[in-house]
Design a protein around this ligand. Sequence first.
Ligand code: FAD
Length: 303
Amino acid sequence: MIPEALRGVRAVVRENVPLSGKTTLRVGGPARFFAELHDAAALAALLRAARAQGLPILALGKGSNLLVPDAGFPGVVFTLAGDFLATRIEAPEVVAGGGVSLMSLAVATQRAGLSGLENLSGIPSSLGGAVRINAGSYGSELFDVLVSADLVSAAGERRTVPAAAISHGYRWTALSDTDDVVTGARIRLVPKAPGEIAARIAEVAAKRKGTLPKQPNAGSIFKNPPGLFAGKLLEECGLKGRRVGGAEISPVHANVIVNLGGATAADVRRLMEEMKRAVKDRFEIELQAEIQIVGEEKTENLS
Ligand SMILES: Cc1cc2nc3c(=O)[nH]c(=O)nc-3n(C[C@H](O)[C@H](O)[C@H](O)COP(=O)(O)OP(=O)(O)OC[C@H]3O[C@@H](n4cnc5c(N)ncnc54)[C@H](O)[C@@H]3O)c2cc1C
């Protein structure tokens, strides 16, 4: 069993842990096992044990891009803590663990007078989650600054891969199709006055506050089709405010589903199906899911 396998390593393991409180959308059932891993040895032990016991694994970052089924997750969900939260400035480069939040990384680099993360600072992501999907906003994306990623495969093999060797595009990287865990990353920034960087971080925070709903959500549900905005297409379908159970297509942003309280994953799925169907019927465009639906293909795109 997982708790026994992790005895003696730096990890905290619990059974039947509700995942709803660990995702920004606040829906989803329990993880059979939930482990907080504090170092590379703990991660290696967990991957070994899960493999030996035939249990599926799921890396959890900040839970800001996840739809967890109501039935929960039948395997091991793990989160990177301890050593994986370290940040080391080697100006103009920065080395940080996969569990570090983008906001804290942006603040640490701002203090060091290093610019490049300002536009990404408002994304409520871990560094690992952001590398995996090539998170982006306001014309910047993580791969603009990524030098290399530290990866551990599900078989426990560790490697550092240059960013140039990882295929990537809009809200996608080759890592999205694997179980590789992003344990850390090296990024390269540009020297700039800390005051100027701080001003841009504040500007980004203010802009985001004005455009995103306040209720629990998982950000954009669908990716933007090339040259178009999914939110605009959905708005033109008249979907703002449409509700299923406790889930609602936000009246503020048509590509965001909010949890009004008590929403289930099934409610969210039904809304997603309606959104997808409406855009297909009206514009002949197949929307692709941006949120990761747990338990489905890695690059699951609701069909
Ligand atoms: C209010 C709001 C605004 C948002 N705005 C934006 C935006 O502007 N731009 C944007 O790109 N996204 C945005 N998002 C979506 C989300 O923040 C990003 O997709 C983010 O990168 C997800 O990271 P996470 O750490 O929360 O990952 P999680 O949601 O925890 O996980 C998402 C996926 O990544 C995997 N994963 C997590 N950590 C790791 C790791 N260390 N190694 C390997 N795989 C991992 C998980 O297994 C899962 O498959 C927004 C979300 C919210 C709620």
